[in-house]
Every structure is written in structure tokens, then in C-alpha cells.
Write a protein that binds this ligand. Structure first.
Ligand SMILES: [Ca+2]
Ligand SMILES: [Ca+2]
Ligand SMILES: [Ca+2]
Length: 325
């Protein structure tokens, strides 16, 4: 994070992050996150059966916090069935030194020290009816149990979701709350992630979004990678300085990559990465993966809300050419 962002982040948080506690975030318009059981086929849309989400609690917030999971079980209406329901998913909460600053954790894979730090809680869910379309609450946690990373937004907690076994798709959502049994916003808190796995809407008129923030001129270009997009429409980069640059999207069970250069006016603003579905293909149950990196291979944070607000593109005025008299 640049010094400037560190200085202005508290202001941006108060101004724009009043609704930043759900994951997926409201502005993302993504129906559900998804993690498949470890025995699933990757062509159903999950490349490695895990998901890692970080929650930031601002310094100065001293009440207990809870991390709530909607539909952590796999079975019933919200989930994707393959044969019998037989999927087990482990949700684990981490805090303490090294939990969230660790590079392996930020890579979003189950490799190396991705589970660094102190495990605060862990629970395996299967097809329990009591959690179907219902919330399970982890916590309470004292905010100071998170890892103190002021450049990342305060005290940070890591949630690791692992598809332990089985082959069904577990669809779920999360919420950082300061109440045990309801979703109540922790003012100034937000979430971020470096590799994001989710379900696109079935409704072809719905556009989903992700929001990286461009800190400073150290980001020269972005390499985007996406997995198992099934050729479902287009992905567009929109910003304060561009109406829409297209990314290359993937087919079935495959990664696609493309690069785009950051423009000077895009520094200190969010990008709006828009996922527009194919209006004619009517693809349903489309699970996808996306990750953005800078030119040095470092993952970019995708924020649960756009920092500074959704970027508004202002078209350049067109000058009429007038012949000199
Ligand atoms: Ca199954
Ligand atoms: Ca579920
Ligand atoms: Ca897919």
C-alpha cells in the first residue's frame, strides 16, 4: 500500500465502505462463492478446491467480532449436486502473526505455508440440514486476535475453505458481524482476496464485478488469469480513463491469460472488472475462478467494495474540426 492510500484509507472506509462486510460484496453482484469437494472434476469450475478470504477490522474497533457463513453445508437447494451428496468442507479461521502476511496464503492455493498463523477455529461441514440456507457463526474473536497489518486495513483474519472430500459444489457466502445471531456491520471493516472463486448469475441480464484498487505507479500492467469461464460472454475493464477493454476469457476446464497496461489517470482509483454474460447461450451453474497480478507476479487485492467508489468513466469531449478561415 502506498503512503497516500494509508493516509486516506480511513477516510475512504468511512465514506464508501459502509456496506463492506458481506462476501460477495453488494457491488460485486455475485450470487455465491463456490468450493468443490476434493474429489471433484476441475471442469465443474474449481481448479484446486479451496478458497482464502481475508477480513480487515479497523484499528480502534474493540468489540468482539464474528465471522458468519451462510449455507456452509453441501446439500439442498443452494449447492451443486454430483451423484449422492457426499462432500465435506472445512472452514478454518486464522489470526496472529504471519497468518495474513504470508505469501503462500495470498497465493490462494493449498501449497506451502498457506495455513500459517494461529488457528482460532475449524469445523467440517457435510450435508447437515440445520445449516442448509442458514447461518453458522464462528467467534467471538477479539479484533486483536487478527494479524496487525496497518497497511492492509488494521487487524486481519484469514478464512480458509477447503473441499476435503466428495465431488459436489458447496455454494456459500460470508459476513463479518459484531453480533452473534444477525449480520450487523462492523463500521470500516472490509474483505479482500487474491484469487476468487464464485458462481455467475444464471440470469443473463445480470453483470458481476470485481474491484482491484491501483495504488501507485509501481503497477505498470496487470496480468489477468481466469479459469473455466465456458466462453460465457465477455469480461471488460472499465475505469476513470477507459470505457471498456476486453480480457481474454477461458473455455471449459482451462486457464486463459491476458495483460493490460495501467494508464496514468488510473492510479489511486479502483478498476471495475465487469463480467457480462452471453445473452444467447443461457449458461447456468457457471462456476469460475479469477486472479489478477502485477507485472512482477504479485497478486492484486480484490476488495469487497470499490475503494473510492465505483469508477466513473467520463468520455473525452469530441472537438469539432473547423477549418481555419
Ligand atoms: Ca456427490
Ligand atoms: Ca452450501
Ligand atoms: Ca465454469
Amino acid at each position: 500500500m502506498s503512503k497516500l492510500l494509508r493516509l486516506i484509507l480511513p477516510l475512504l472506509l468511512i465514506t464508501f465502505l459502509s456496506n463492506a462486510q458481506p462476501v460477495p460484496g453488494e457491488d460485486e453482484n455475485i450470487p455465491n462463492l463456490v468450493t468443490f469437494g476434493g474429489d471433484a472434476e476441475t471442469y465443474w469450475g474449481d481448479d484446486n478446491f479451496c478458497q482464502i478470504i481475508f477480513f480487515a477490522v479497523p484499528e480502534g474497533f474493540n468489540e468482539p467480532i464474528y465471522i458468519r457463513i451462510f449455507d456452509p453445508s453441501t446439500g439442498g437447494k443452494n449447492d451443486e449436486q454430483q451423484g449422492e451428496w457426499n462432500t465435506r468442507t472445512r472452514f478454518s479461521i486464522y489470526g496472529g502473526e504471519g497468518s495474513c502476511s504470508n505469501q503462500d496464503a495470498r497465493d490462494g492455493n493449498l501449497d506451502g505455508d498457506y495455513d500459517s498463523g494461529a488457528m482460532l477455529d475449524s469445523k467440517i461441514f457435510s450435508d447437515e440440514a440445520e445449516y442448509d440456507l442458514n447461518w453458522y457463526t464462528f467467534g467471538p474473536y477479539n479484533p486483536s486476535e487478527g494479524e496487525y497489518l496497518p497497511d492492509d486495513g488494521g487487524y486481519i483474519f484469514k478464512v480458509i475453505v477447503e473441499g476435503v472430500s466428495g465431488d459436489d459444489g458447496n455454494l456459500y457466502r460470508m459476513y463479518l458481524s459484531n453480533a452473534e445471531n444477525t449480520n450487523h456491520d462492523v463500521e470500516g471493516a472490509f474483505a479482500y482476496y487474491f484469487k476468487y472463486k464464485f458462481r455467475l448469475h444464471d440470469d443473463v441480464t445480470q453483470t458481476s464485478h470485481i474491484y482491484p484498487y491501483i495504488n501507485d505507479p509501481s503497477t505498470v500492467y496487470i496480468k489477468q488469469s481466469n479459469f473455466d469461464w465456458d466462453n460465457d460472454g465477455i469480461i471488460l475493464v472499465r475505469s476513470v480513463d477507459r470505457a471498456g477493454t476486453t480480457m481474454i476469457i477461458s473455455k471449459d476446464d482451462d486457464w486463459s491469460h491476458s495483460n493490460f497496461k495501467i494508464r496514468e489517470k488510473e492510479y489511486h482509483s479502483s478498476l471495475d472488472i465487469r463480467m457480462v454474460k452471453n445473452k444467447n447461450a443461457n449458461i447456468i451453474n457457471n462456476n469460475v475462478v479469477i486472479r489478477l497480478e502485477n507485472q512482477d507476479g504479485e497478486g492484486l487485492k480484490l476488495y469487497s467494495v470499490p475503494i473510492g467508489g465505483v469508477p466513473k468513466y467520463i468520455p473525452k469531449p469530441k472537438h469539432r474540426s473547423v477549418k481555419a478561415q
